[in-house]
Design a protein around this ligand. Structure first.
Ligand SMILES: Cc1cc2nc3c(=O)[nH]c(=O)nc-3n(C[C@H](O)[C@H](O)[C@H](O)COP(=O)(O)OP(=O)(O)OC[C@H]3O[C@@H](n4cnc5c(N)ncnc54)[C@H](O)[C@@H]3O)c2cc1C
Length: 479
C-alpha cells in the first residue's frame, strides 16, 4: 500500500500495477506535467515483462514475455527513446521455424519473398496473403492496436477484416495446398489461445505473421526486463514515482488522487474495488471470461538444442506441433478441459542470438503449452517429448529446469487468472468490448482500467495503457 512517504505532493494519478500498460499509462500522464505514482505489488517491476535467474546463477530467463514484435512496432513505445535507455532489439536470422517429422521445416524470414520461396507451389498464395497486410500495416496499425472506432482507412481495414474475422483452420486449408504453410499458419494462430475453428483466429495469425515481416519477432538484448527498466527510467525522468513491493489491497487505502488507473484484469480489480461498483457493473465483471492457462518451462542447457533440422537454430522462435490437424486437436483439447497428450509447444531460444544471458558456451530455452484453465497437470514430460521429437538428445543437454504451472503464474501476477496469459478470452464476444462496453472507464468517476483486459488486448505494446490514460486526461485530468 502507498504510504505517505511516497506522496511528496498531492497526486494527480495513481497507477496500480507496473506491467507495460501500467507504465505506459503513467508515462502518458507524467508527460503532461502531472504527478503520478505507480504502485506495484511485486518486488520487481514489469508484470509480464520481467527476467530472472530462474534456474542457475548466470542464466537469465524471461518469466513471461520473451518475443516482442509489438513492443518494437508499438506507436506508444515509438515515442520513447528506448535505444538511449538501453533497449537493443535483436532480430534472429529467421523469425520462426516449424519443423516436421520428415525432417523438413517451414521458416518465416523477415522478407515475405524469402519466406514464400520456401513454400514451393504455395509461394504465390503466401505472398498474396501476407504482402497486402505488410504493405497496408501503416494504415491498419491504428485499428489493430486500438479500441473499436470509426476506421481512418476503411478500405484497407475491410480488405484485412474479411479475412481476419474468419477461423484460422478454414483460411489455412483454403489458402494453401501443402501441409507446411497450413501448419505454420495454424501454429501462429494458436497464440490466440482459442480453438482454431473459432472466428477471429485467422486475424491473430495474419497480424502476428505480418509482424514477423514488418518489425521482426525480436528480443531485447539482456532479456525482457531491460524493456521494463527502460520504461521505468523514462517515467522517473518525467518526474513519475514508482513504489515496488506495494500491493494495493483496497482502493479505499490509497492516498487522494484525481485518477486511479488499474493495470488489472477484472478478477483482481473486483478484489480491490468491487465494493465501489454498482451491482450491474460488478456482475458484468464477474461474468468476464478467462480462457486457457499456460504451463511454462525454462531450461538451463549445456549446449544449444540439437535440432534434427539445423535450420531451426536460425530461428528465435520454434513451434512444435507437427501438422495443422495435430495443432487443431491440441488447442481444442486444452480448451475443452483435457490436457493434450501431444501439446502444441511454443519455444524460444534467445542465447543463440544473445550470449549475454548465459555463462560462456551455455544456453537457455523458454517454452510453454496451453492447458485447461487452472489445470494442475504436470505437462513437463509431454513438453520435453515434443522437443525430443524434433531434437533428439535434448534432455541430455538439460542442466536445470524451472516449471511454472497456471497457479504459479497467478501467484507471480494476480492478472493471470487460471494461468490465462491473455488476461481474458479474446473471442469475438470479448475482443472489441473488453472487459465491458465501457472499455477503459468504470461507473466510478476517476477509476479506470488500463490492463490487457481492455482493447487492444494481450501483448507487450502499452497501447491499453495509452488509451486509458488519454481517457483519464480527457475526463478527470483536464485542468
Ligand atoms: C508466460 C507468458 C508468456 C508471454 N509471452 C509473450 C510474448 O512473448 N510476447 C508478448 O508480446 N506478450 C507475451 N505475453 C503477454 C504479455 O506479457 C502481457 O500481455 C502483458 O504483460 C500485459 O501487460 P499489462 O500491463 O496489461 O499487465 P501485466 O504485465 O500483467 O502487469 C500487471 C501488474 O500489476 C501488478 N498487480 C496486480 N495486482 C496488484 C495489486 N493489487 N497491487 C499492485 N500491483 C498489482 C502485477 O504484479 C503486475 O506487475 C506473455 C505472458 C505470459 C504470462
Amino acid at each position: 500500500m502507498a504510504s505517505s512517504k511516497h506522496v511528496a505532493a498531492t497526486l494527480d494519478a495513481i497507477v496500480i500495477g507496473s506491467g507495460p500498460n501500467g507504465l505506459a499509462a503513467a508515462i502518458v500522464i507524467a508527460r503532461t506535467g502531472r504527478k503520478v505514482l505507480v504502485l506495484e505489488a511485486e518486488p520487481r517491476l514489469g508484470g509480464g515483462v520481467r527476467s530472472a535467474e530462474l534456474t542457475l546463477p548466470g542464466f537469465v530467463h524471461d518469466i513471461c514475455s520473451a518475443i516482442h514484435p509489438f513492443a518494437a512496432t508499438s506507436p506508444m513505445f515509438r515515442t520513447i527513446p528506448l535505444g538511449a535507455l538501453g533497449v537493443e532489439w535483436i532480430a534472429p536470422s529467421a523469425m520462426l521455424a516449424h519443423p516436421f517429422d520428415d525432417g523438413r521445416a517451414a521458416l518465416v524470414h523477415r522478407s515475405v519473398e524469402e519466406t514464400a520461396a520456401g513454400f514451393g507451389s504455395d509461394a504465390r498464395s503466401y505472398r498474396r496473403l501476407m504482402q497486402p497486410i505488410v504493405d497496408d500495416w501503416p494504415l491498419l496499425e491504428s485499428s489493430v492496436l486500438g479500441p473499436l472506432r470509426v476506421p481512418q482507412h476503411p478500405f484497407a481495414l475491410a480488405r484485412f477484416g474479411w479475412l481476419a474475422l474468419r477461423s484460422a483452420e478454414s483460411v489455412a486449408r483454403q489458402t494453401f495446398a501443402n501441409e507446411a504453410p497450413r501448419a505454420l499458419f495454424g501454429g501462429i494462430a494458436a497464440h490466440s489461445m482459442l480453438p482454431l475453428d473459432r472466428l477471429l483466429t485467422a486475424g491473430v495469425s495474419l497480424v502476428l505473421g505480418a509482424m514477423a515481416h514488418v518489425a521482426g519477432w525480436v528480443l531485447p538484448r539482456g532479456g525482457s526486463q531491460t524493456l521494463t527498466d527502460a520504461l521505468a527510467a523514462h517515467l522517473r525522468d518525467l518526474g513519475g514515482e514508482i513504489a515496488a513491493g506495494s500491493p494495493v489491497r483496497s482502493i479505499d487505502d490509497l492516498p487522494p488522487a484525481r485518477a486511479v488507473l488499474c493495470d488489472l484484469s477484472p478478477k483482481p480489480l473486483l478484489r480491490i474495488a468491487g465494493h465501489r461498483f454498482p451491482q450491474w457493473y460488478r456482475r458484468k465483471l464477474e461474468r468476464y471470461r478467462y480462457g486457457m492457462g499456460v504451463f511454462k518451462v525454462d531450461w538451463a542447457l549445456d549446449a544449444p538444442i540439437p535440432w534434427r533440422n539445423p535450420a531451426c537454430a536460425e530461428a528465435g522462435t520454434v513451434h512444435l506441433g507437427g501438422t495443422l490437424q495435430e495443432i487443431v486437436r491440441s488447442e481444442q483439447e486444452a480448451w475443452s478441459g483435457r490436457p493434450a497428450d501431444d501439446p502444441f509447444v511454443l519455444l524460444s531460444q534467445p542465447t543463440l542470438f544473445d550470449p549475454s544471458r548465459a555463462p560462456a558456451g551455455k544456453h537457455i530455452a523458454w517454452a510453454y503449452c496451453h492447458v485447461p484453465h487452472g489445470s494442475d497437470m504436470d505437462m513437463l514430460p509431454r513438453i520435453e517429448r515434443q522437443i525430443e521429437r524434433f531434437a533428439p538428445g535434448f534432455r541430455d543437454r538439460v542442466l536445470a529446469r524451472s516449471v511454472l504451472r497456471p497457479s504459479d503464474l497467478e501467484r507471480h501476477n494476480a492478472n493471470l487468472v487460471g494461468g490465462d496469459i491473455a488476461a481474458g478470452v479474446t473471442d469475438i464476444r470479448q475482443f472489441f468490448t473488453r472487459p465491458t462496453r465501457r472499455t477503459y472507464s468504470t461507473p466510478v468517476r476517476g477509476l479506470y482500467i488500463c490492463s490487457a483486459s481492455t482493447p487492444p488486448g494481450v501483448g507487450v505494446h502499452g497501447m491499453c495503457g495509452y488509451f486509458a490514460a488519454q481517457r483519464a486526461l480527457a475526463e478527470v485530468l483536464r485542468d
